[in-house]
Design a protein. Structure first.
Length: 270
């Protein structure tokens, strides 16, 4: 039986419009070897697929379609965090504030979280319930993503405290992470957590069956803020990733320019 087009479906249309613009930007970033293309492109694809699945429920009430929309919502947290961590990693290529494995470790662990989310999708799509019960795969994935995000917050705080030591472009990206992205991410994660675990507020904060206004204000718009801010910052200040290796061949690179790349082009401060 066909369902009626409603408020929540309108939000899905808004997501499709917004992320249809950011996906080509991500492709251009990849072609020009700029950072951030994976997070922006991955989230754009996931949101386009998730919104399409939700709109498909208008004519197809299959559990598999609902499960696809549900799991796409959960994967968004990982891809947004990938994006923010990548912006910090770019700055670390120049300043060497932390060892590179501090970034590689969370990346590796987060892929495990994504694998668990895929497993959750497989088991959820085979269940006969409403698809919103958190199974063991979903619980493990939630814990991993929280640890991943916490690591990103700690690194962002370290980099922001020492932002005066960064070149202008990298300083701008760190400021973007701290001032624009993390506040929106906190709102997004609060919504996600309340909707994941059993409780009286779950009916309101479920991304699929909850209150559409709460979803709009605490998920759809915060994600657009993060992706929009990061896209604008990378398009303006992005570099070819090969500059990292030309200009940062050793730990001493922060003391001078390498390969005609002036890493200390400005003495301006935030």
């Amino acid at each position: 039986m066909a369902r009626q087009f409603g408020y929540r479906h309108g939000i899905s249309v808004l997501q499709m419009i917004a992320f249809s613009f950011t996906l080509p930007c991500a492709v251009w970033m990849a072609c020009t070897r700029r950072n951030g293309w994976f997070g922006i492109g991955g989230l754009s694809i996931i949101r386009l697929v998730g919104a399409s699945c939700f709109l498909a429920t208008l004519s197809n009430n299959s559990m598999r379609v609902w499960a696809g929309a549900y799991v796409c919502e959960n994967l968004g947290i990982a891809l947004l965090t990938f994006l923010l961590l990548g912006m910090l990693e770019r700055a670390n290529r120049y300043a060497k504030f932390v060892h590179r494995w501090v970034f590689q470790g969370p990346y590796i662990v987060s892929w495990g979280g994504i694998a668990l989310s895929v497993s959750e999708f497989i088991t959820t799509s085979r269940r006969s319930d409403d698809g919103t019960t958190l199974n063991p795969y979903g619980l493990a994935g939630t814990i991993i993503f929280l640890l991943f995000f916490t690591t990103t917050v700690v690194l962002a705080a370290i980099f922001f405290r020492r932002r005066a030591e960064l070149p202008d472009a990298e300083r701008a990206q760190v400021r973007c992470v701290i001032l624009a992205c993390l506040p929106a991410m906190v709102v997004r994660i609060v919504y996600w957590l309340v909707g994941r675990f059993p409780g009286p507020a779950r009916a309101t904060f479920s991304p699929i069956t909850g209150d559409p206004t709460a979803y709009l204000l605490m998920t759809a718009l915060p994600e657009m803020v993060v992706v929009g801010a990061c896209t604008a910052m990378i398009l303006r200040h992005g570099r070819d990733w090969r500059v990292y290796y030309k200009s940062a061949p050793s730990e001493e690179v922060v003391h001078g320019a390498q390969e005609d790349v002036d890493l200390r082009s400005s003495s301006g401060r935030v």
